[in-house]
Design a protein around this ligand. Structure first.
Ligand SMILES: Nc1ncnc2c1ncn2[C@@H]1O[C@H](COP(=O)(O)OP(=O)(O)O)[C@@H](O)[C@H]1O
Ligand SMILES: [Mg+2]
Length: 348
């Protein structure tokens, strides 16, 4: 989200361009961090989501909208609910408002973890037979941990802020895990793990939950939907949904991965992710550790590079975030036997 303010006139003129002329109200909506999101209502009582795409993060909105139109069209052609693009004119887009459902920002119980994981499994499943061509790669090498390590090494070498000496423990932690960083990219290169269509932002607030049944009715925020490993989506759910504390919690004793949430994610995901092969199932528990390590590496890299990518609120914010991620990795490693058992039992 940008800090820009938009006048009613400006927003109404964008809506006018999309053919929505009888607007009775329009204002900021939701708590997304990336785009500027507005809800608009017209005189007939029809609601819309108007969004200004964040072009700093997404330099090619045309490619993104091409992906989104194909993906949403495919899901809806099978009778599923999805976003519906009503208009697009770079950098603005208009979606139909999904009614009877809402998003939550913080996961409150393990049954929500089950429902969210199940919604993402259904999403991936529905896209398993999306006709060619391949989707555009919106953020190239986004989850390539080996490449992320290379970027960390470059930042450490440059050490532009003189911070390297203060992060030796974090560097040691990462260095001890270099070997496993390539496990998924290598298995994809050899074909053992297939390329699928992945969402890449599987946070709870990107699932619309039905107001009555609480079930996940639609997966939204499809900006980063692109080719990748299904494990990236599952791994990021483990990172975000099993965390007992916020991403920037300073008291590391509060930071750990909650087993009951992990179990709920596994059950919800495997209920509908029937397409997974043996190699993917084998790496499911590992994917949580890997994605969490990868984000930890990214926070550490940005800390060394002088906080140029992630928005920070104070001096060592990125280091604090890095530490929570590494603590999450350690917590998942401690529970590794249990987590792997949970996957095996539910994969039968
Ligand atoms: N089509 C829609 N119908 C209803 N609510 C929506 C719709 N699209 C987005 N929202 C709401 O707006 C919030 C932000 O939208 P999102 O696309 O996730 O933006 P960001 O990329 O900034 O996270 C969502 O969490 C959801 O609450
Ligand atoms: Mg979002």
């Amino acid at each position: 989200m940008s800090n820009r303010t938009y006048t009613d006139e400006e927003l109404k003129s964008v809506l006018d361009g999309f053919g929505i002329r009888d607007v009775v109200s329009v204002g900021r909506y939701g708590s997304g961090h990336i785009n500027d999101t507005f809800k608009a209502d017209d005189a007939r009582g029809v609601s819309y989501i108007l969004q200004r795409i964040n072009t700093d993060i997404f330099p090619d909105p045309d490619a993104m909208m091409d992906n989104i139109s194909r993906v949403t069209g495919h899901i809806r052609s099978k009778g599923g609910r999805s976003l519906e693009v009503l208009g697009y004119s770079n950098p603005w887009r208009l979606y139909a408002f999904i009614t009877g459902a809402r998003t939550i920002d913080l996961i409150e119980n393990s049954s929500q973890a089950f429902l969210a994981a199940n919604a993402f499994a259904k999403f991936q499943n529905a896209l398993a037979d999306l006709p060619a061509p391949r989707l555009h790669e919106i953020l190239p090498r986004f989850h390539d941990t080996v490449n992320r390590l290379r970027l960390l090494d470059e930042a450490a070498k440059a050490d532009v802020k003189g911070r390297l000496a203060s992060v030796s423990r974090e560097m040691d932690f990462v260095n001890a895990r270099r070997e496993e960083a390539g496990r998924i990219v290598n298995a994809m290169a050899s074909g053992e793990i297939p390329e699928r269509i992945t969402h890449n932002d599987t946070k709870i607030n990107n699932v619309m939950l039905d107001d009555v049944t609480q079930e996940g009715v639609a997966v939204i925020d499809l900006d980063t939907t692109m080719p990748g490993s299904a494990l990236y989506d599952f791994g990021d759910m483990v990172r975000t949904s099993t965390a007992a504390a916020a991403e920037d919690e300073k008291d590391l004793s509060k930071v750990f991965s909650r087993k009951e949430y992990f179990e709920a994610l596994v059950k919800g995901y495997l209920k509908d992710a029937k397409f997974l092969n043996a190699a993917e199932l084998d790496a499911l528990a590992f994917s949580g550790r890997l994605i969490t390590l990868t984000i930890g590496i990214r926070f550490l890299t940005d800390y060394l590079a002088g906080d140029t990518y992630f928005r920070t609120a104070y001096e060592d914010h990125n280091l604090v975030r890095c530490r929570t991620q590494l603590k999450m990795v350690a917590s998942m490693e401690e529970q590794r036997g249990e987590y792997e058992r949970i996957v095996r039992e539910n994969a039968k």
